[in-house]
Design a protein around this ligand. Structure first.
Ligand code: NAD
Length: 220
């Protein structure tokens, strides 16, 4: 059972995280959103799915409670990463632009195999719901940097799509397409809980979901 705090508690991810975590008997003891602050107990871990504007305050909250941080908020800039790195000297911080285990595996595959496609054309298409604020998605940028090559990214914002990323490699005679599709926000909330359990086993340090992936057998 986890005692956790939620930043962005009223958002789509915040509500989904609370619903999923409650199925394990975890208790949300601290909640923050615009115009909302609730504090019932000391959280072991703070979970932030809100907005880049919240990062400085989230860091201060983790320092106050000496709690771990799992942060999935996207569109962070250098100054945010610096704050998170500084925090990670005293508590564990797990940051990822995508907490789905499937994306972590896809990233690993691309890192290992994309060099075979060095002389092929490459492209990526990412599709998300029409309320998503950033484009290209943080995940698309993460997958691109795993491949370490130039690659155009097309972003499509339609309807209620949870998140779809297709990587395309093509030469004159053949095409390979690899697609990851999040079927619901559950794709992320499972990973967020994995990351929270992972963080509780650490003293401090800066981690990503790649580190969580490598420890899944020990956590679960
Ligand atoms: P959302 O707009 O539904 O929810 C965001 C919530 O944060 C809102 O309730 C908003 O009021 C609140 N908020 C905004 N500023 C705040 C502040 N300063 N302090 C506290 N709360 C604040 O968005 P969402 O779909 O839930 O996504 C939230 C974030 O998580 C986005 O950055 C999104 O891109 C990211 N996201 C990441 C992953 C991942 O796996 N890393 C998955 C889905 C979404």
């Amino acid at each position: 059972m986890l005692r956790y705090g939620l930043i962005g508690a009223n958002g789509k991810m915040g509500r989904e995280i609370e619903s999923y975590f409650s199925s394990f008997g975890d208790v949300c003891v601290f909640k923050k959103d615009v115009g909302l602050i609730e504090e019932h107990d000391t959280p072991q871990v703070i979970i932030d799915f809100s907005s880049p504007d919240a990062v400085a305050e989230t860091v201060a909250i983790c320092e106050k409670f000496n709690s771990a941080l799992v942060i999935g908020t996207t569109a962070l800039d250098e100054s945010h990463f610096e704050m998170l790195q500084n925090l990670s000297e005293s508590v564990p911080v797990v940051q990822s632009y995508n907490f789905s285990t499937g994306i972590a595996i896809l990233k690993k595959m691309l890192k290992e195999y994309s060099h075979y496609f060095d002389n092929w054309d490459g492209a990526m298409v990412e599709i998300h719901h029409n309320q998503k604020k950033d484009a290209p998605s943080g995940t698309a940028k993460m997958l691109k940097s795993a491949m370490n090559r130039g690659l155009p990214i097309s972003s499509i914002r339609v309807g209620g799509v949870f998140g779809e990323h297709t990587v395309i490699f093509s030469n004159a005679g053949e095409t390979i397409e690899i697609t990851h599709r999040a079927l619901s926000r559950r794709a992320f909330t499972i990973g967020v809980r994995n990351a929270a359990l992972f963080a509780l086993g650490k003293q401090n340090g800066y981690y990503t979901y790649d580190d969580v992936l490598e420890s899944l057998n020990e956590i679960l």
